[in-house]
Design a protein. Structure first.
Length: 80
């Protein structure tokens, strides 16, 4: 869950071990309310794509054409 939320909210695609910092922060967020907090998310999701497969939605295959990518992102409401 932390991997997906972190990716959606910040654009960071974390590996499972790296997302634990974010998951831990979520558990103690109320105690830190009003304070500035920095977490380090090490690694990236590309290190362990198989582990993330169960968390992702539908996979879309797109030709390496910027206009096609924009069209897809608009169709799934990622960008306007």
């Amino acid at each position: 869950k932390a991997i997906v939320e972190l990716a959606r909210e910040s654009g960071v695609f974390a590996e499972p071990a790296g997302a634990t910092a974010y998951a831990g922060l979520k558990k103690i967020a109320k105690a830190l309310q009003g304070k500035s907090v920095v977490i380090f998310v090490t690694g990236n999701g590309l290190k362990d794509v198989k582990a993330s497969r169960g968390f992702t939605g539908e996979v879309h295959e797109v030709k390496p054409d910027p206009e096609m990518v924009k069209k897809l992102l608009r169709s799934i409401k990622v960008v306007r």
